[in-house]
Design a protein around this ligand. Structure first.
Ligand SMILES: NC(=O)c1ccc[n+]([C@@H]2O[C@H](COP(=O)([O-])OP(=O)(O)OC[C@H]3O[C@@H](n4cnc5c(N)ncnc54)[C@H](OP(=O)(O)O)[C@@H]3O)[C@@H](O)[C@H]2O)c1
Length: 512
């Protein structure tokens, strides 16, 4: 090997995922601990971190909810939540239960907070803990109220403990959706930033915790061969697809108010877009990375409401068949009004007006009740400038290379190239060069929430959205939402189980 080794660590496949250090002792307070997200993701993630020895042994987890759980019932609840996280030795679940406790309170009532404070104070004194991580896994309508009550009751500063806590931290993790449009996102930022400083706030978009999404930066900025062609000279277009085969499950009330643009595109799709399109950051420090992501969001050409159909198609699913089963139309789902005009599919064409991306269309496509669950980024390169085999090839598709970053499932990266089909004739055939996580690494990919909670405990905000990123994303999305709300564009229909409404040739892109 020529050249000197730098301080990067890299390993061959096979090693299990590792974190660099154990967290500091901390009380993690989960507001909304009895909710769907806490049960399915947050508690299992905390358990996995605990079982891997990544939580400090003094760490304590306090769940807050309004149900009347006694200790036995709560222990059962925690055990049932961790069951899905897999086994980590016979005693791990029993040991994990011991670091959990429950405080029953209605978190919308300010008068409950002195009680919460006394409870946390006693726990902190018993285990000599000064650090707090408040995780708001609550309905978004309660975020401001909880933040205000944390402040008013003194819980937002470690000095409520009445002991010397030099160097300790109080951090707050806030779930998505962060805001409903630009004005509510600004108002929420204003409130949260009036109480906590930016470096105490961890706004979650769990897509950023996915291994495959984190790998976008590694792929781009470690493999130097791609950088020279990662621009408008060589790239024809970029598609970012987030498809779900599921409908709305038990989240009808939330989804009907939200729609796919708020639920997926405003956060997950735009975050992936900024990683795909950002300039190399000066370092991997949180703000260096977030500064570059922000510039991408700020460079998106504003949505043109004068010609909405050129840049947007929106649709709602009607009845159809998925996996051999007939499924209801969206507006016949439980708790959805028959006249609902919420979009369950959207395709947006946008441009990033900067030197690197001038003229390159980006397509953000997201839908529910699609034929399959799939998230991928497809980068289509321009064809070779002159095709000397033109007369010989009989291709039904354009002769363009395609790089596909498969975020989920079947995580990996593939590059479509063309080769000569063996034989005496000169015939072209597309083939794929494939990298699969499952084939290259023995260990299962860590869950996004494990990585994100660990980062929040370690004070690393790189994978969390900063206030200005959130506002830039809402700035772009809000006029699209207004256009839909005002009926400025037709809401199309597509049968459940099909890949959305007809997009063939739409936006100048062949999406058939
Ligand atoms: N679920 C997901 O897959 C998912 C995915 C991404 C983001 N999120 C976000 O995560 C957050 C939580 O979602 P979720 O699906 O878990 O919601 P959820 O199932 O409705 O849970 C909300 C939690 O808050 C509690 N709660 C509500 N009002 C309360 C009050 N006044 N006092 C005390 N507790 C109260 C609920 O208690 P009860 O159990 O007593 O009702 C429950 O524990 C939301 O911001 C959501 O947008 C969820």
């Amino acid at each position: 090997m020529s050249g000197k080794m730098n301080n990067c660590s890299y390993k061959n496949g096979g090693a299990p995922p590792k974190a660099s250090k154990e967290t500091s002792s901390c009380i993690i307070v989960v507001f909304g601990v009895t909710g769907d997200l806490a049960r399915k993701k947050i508690i299992p993630a905390l358990y996995k971190l605990f079982a891997m020895g990544l939580l400090n042994e003094k760490t304590r987890i306090v769940g807050i909810g309004r149900r009347n759980y006694d200790d036995i019932e709560y222990n059962e609840y925690i055990k049932s939540a961790v069951e899905k996280a897999g086994r980590h030795g016979e005693s791990a679940a029993e040991e994990f239960v011991k670091i959990n406790s429950y405080y029953g309170a209605d978190f919308t009532v300010p008068g409950e907070y002195p009680g919460i404070r006394e409870y946390l104070k006693k726990l902190a004194a018993k285990y000599k803990i000064c650090d707090f991580l408040y995780y708001l896994s609550t309905p978004p309508a309660n975020f401001e109220q909880i933040i205000t009550s944390l402040h008013d009751s003194g819980l937002s500063r470690p000095d409520f403990l009445d002991v010397s806590c030099a160097g300790s931290f109080v951090r707050v993790v806030i779930e998505k959706p962060y805001g409903y449009d630009i004005s509510s996102a600004r108002a929420l930022n204003e409130k949260v930033l009036s109480i906590f400083s930016e470096d105490q706030i961890y706004r979650i978009d769990h897509y950023l915790g996915k291994e495959t999404v984190q790998n976008i930066m590694i792929f781009r900025f470690v493999n130097g061969i791609f950088e020279p062609i990662w621009n408008q000279k060589y790239i024809d277009n970029v598609q970012i697809k987030v498809f779900e085969s599921e409908g709305i499950g038990g989240r009808a009330n939330y989804f009907d108010r939200s729609g796919i643009i708020r639920d997926i595109i405003q956060n997950h799709s735009l975050q992936m877009l900024s990683l795909i399109a950002m300039e190399p950051s000066a370092s991997n420090a949180p703000d260096a990375v977030r500064n570059e992501k922000l510039k991408v969001l700020q460079s998106i050409r504003p949505f043109d409401r004068a010609e909405p159909a050129k840049y947007l198609t929106a649709a709602q699913y009607s009845a159809g068949i998925i996996g051999g089963e007939t499924v209801e139309a969206y507006n016949r789902e439980k708790n959805i009004a028959a006249g609902s005009v919420t979009e369950t599919f959207a395709a947006i064409k946008l441009f990033i007006d900067n030197w690197r991306w001038a003229g390159v269309p980006f397509y953000l496509i997201a839908g529910k009740r699609m034929p399959e669950r799939l998230t991928e980024v497809i980068v289509t390169f321009k064809p070779a400038p002159h095709m000397i085999f033109n007369s010989l090839c009989n291709m039904s598709e354009p002769v363009s290379n395609r790089l596909v970053i498969r975020v989920q499932p079947d995580e990996g990266i593939s590059l479509k190239i063309f080769c000569k089909r063996p034989g005496f004739e000169t015939e072209l055939q597309p083939v794929s060069m494939n990298f699969n996580y499952s084939g290259s690494f023995e260990a299962a990919l860590p869950e996004a929430y494990e990585r994100l909670i660990l980062d929040a405990l370690n004070g690393d905000a790189t994978l969390f959205m900063r206030s200005d990123e959130i506002e830039a994303a809402w700035d772009y999305i809000t006029p699209i939402l207004q256009c839909l709300k005002n009926g400025e564009i037709e809401l199309k229909k597509y049968a459940a189980g099909t890949p959305g409404p007809e997009l063939c040739g739409f936006f100048g892109l062949n999406l058939c």
